[in-house]
Design a protein around this ligand. Sequence first.
Ligand SMILES: Cc1ncc(COP(=O)(O)O)c(C=O)c1O
Length: 378
Amino acid sequence: MKPINKTVESFKESIFATISRLAHSKNAVNLGQGFPDFDGPEWIRELAKRSFDGQNQYAPSMGIKELRESISQYYNDFYNLNYDLNEQITVTNGATEAIFCTALALINPGDEVIVLEPFYDAYIAAIELAGGIPVPVTLYAPEFKFKIEELQNAFSSKTKMVFFNSPHNPTGKVFSSEELNSLCELIIKHDTYILSDEVYEFLTFDEAKHLPIASLKNMQERTITISSAGKTYGLTGWKIGWICSSSEISHAIRMVHQFNTFSVCTPLQYAVAKALKELKNYIPSFKKQYSDLRELLVPGLEKLGYRPISPTGTYFSLIPTPEGVNDIDYCKNLIEEKSVASIPLSPFYLKSKEGEGFVRLCFAKKKETLEKALKNLS
Ligand SMILES: Cc1ncc(COP(=O)(O)O)c(C=O)c1O
């Protein structure tokens, strides 16, 4: 038999699948899986139910007009960013498809793509399937900052783009405006693009403020902004995402999207179009819900002596592994001895060993789930 694609051959089962299987076999509380164990708000699910009448055929490939209108409106209302709904916004099957379409539309074989590690694992797959070469730049604990010299040295004449994510999975970090500005300076200097994955844009706590890369000076033209309704509404199974970019890039992305999924679930697009109109009213309760869950898990872990990092964004908290124990072993120990599943960080690095020092816990869980996990961890 002829071999399968050689890039695919190098892919392994995701760490999420491995850990979930182990957690299931030991009946452990699963704080590894990075999504809520509760439903999104009832009012949005009601909107969805009503959307199923007469709206069940293919949507336009770029997404229904009502949803592109709502997306364009919220970027304007929240960030003062203008995107033309006819040319610059495309609805995708979640942020994941958006990431793949962007990679396939922009990367040529041999292009280098800078990725900050730890990264969201789909980035490396998307870059490699497009024939690109990931160039890792490490974020160093405990603040998960990049070293500017390392970032400068990562750029070369072959750099096509940077894959960036803030608020950041898995660290929970929200990048400061100084960090963003120094990154953008290099992007402009080297005339490259940036994919800015902002799926956790509304999940910031305390004083942390999300700054979209496209809103920084001279950046909108070279930024491909990606977001998704999955995180903002706690409805990850809906898989409604979007990409905003310049018309030229958007055209290339649409060329990929039309032959990939072609279009996205029609009735759910109508529901998200309506839900985005309520964003301003909805966000305070959304933040409070997750902030309360963070306040349950993080101080709870502290009391038990686990030294968690309290995140300023996302729904993840990292805990350091004990001296001399690596993340994979620690994760397995926690499942076997404490019946709590977490995610080890080392699979999200290409270069550094920093990941061996942490596991990630997700607090997008019911109060009872978190209380049970804390009880088990005591
Ligand atoms: C940083 C990041 N980007 C993208 C995604 C994928 O989003 P979606 O479910 O909309 O495809 C996730 C999901 O966990 C994520 O954490």
